[in-house]
Design a protein around this ligand. Sequence first.
Ligand SMILES: Nc1ncnc2c1ncn2[C@@H]1O[C@H](COP(=O)(O)OP(=O)(O)OP(=O)(O)O)[C@@H](O)[C@H]1O
Ligand SMILES: [Mg+2]
Length: 262
Amino acid sequence: MGTRIITVSNQKGGVGKTTTAVNLAAAMAGSGLRVLVIDMDPQGNASTALSIPHSSGTAGIYDVLIDGVPLADVVQPCPQVPGLSCAPATIDLAGAEIELVPLVARENRLRRAVQSYLETTDQPPDLVLIDCPPSLGLLTVNAFVAARELLIPIQCEYYALEGLSQLLKNVDLIQQHLNADLHVSTILLTMFDGRTRLASDVADQVREHFGDRVLRTAIPRSVRISEAPSHGETVMTYDPTSTGALSYAEAAAEMRRTKEMS
Ligand SMILES: Nc1ncnc2c1ncn2[C@@H]1O[C@H](COP(=O)(O)OP(=O)(O)OP(=O)(O)O)[C@@H](O)[C@H]1O
Ligand SMILES: [Mg+2]
């Protein structure tokens, strides 16, 4: 069975992309899979959450995209979670959005790096999760071209659906011109508060539109989830019995059931 490659994206900021990428990654690694997180956001939040050094000058995804450094040279193991590794993002990546523009095959650079990594590494990961910045620029385009699946985290609030049509339009363009395999495989409702009418209404609309691609598990708002990154941990190790950790574990289990992975 090949490696499953999933990009986590939503151009809306602060909807739980990074939280979802790192916690699903930790949950999947916890259940025995080998998982690689690729941090495509200059903010480096996924790298921080996984305790991966990413100060300016550290070899990271910038070097892979701009200088063609092999992905294997920048991947680091996550200290808390066996089986989990991360290609970190440094602040240098902020410049890549512009520096990529004149480069050859500028949309395909991450895809090529990932493919040659998968072909050459001794133990290829079962799953690659790519965390995107909150924009639809060239970094996100690279993440869309490198993946087969798109996971969209949606925060159930009033404006949640407004940017979605633009995101889906971009996915269509990518499908037509750059990556015919890309499809929206998974929607995850995040920071969900089932007690509010608004959250339930938005959730209903999302389910109506995306059907069974919406995971039945919604991630509740949880203080433990938001505390974990300041300890350089995912909630899966920071407080494994908290409701937040259990819900990410359940979401991961659902994702494994829908597509058989080894
Ligand atoms: N289920 C949750 N419960 C409570 N807080 C959460 C939850 N999910 C995420 N958060 C918090 O909300 C904030 C935004 O989450 P996160 O960084 O994952 O979003 P993002 O979409 O990656 O943001 P950006 O667009 O800046 O990359 C963070 O402070 C995070 O800790
Ligand atoms: Mg983020």
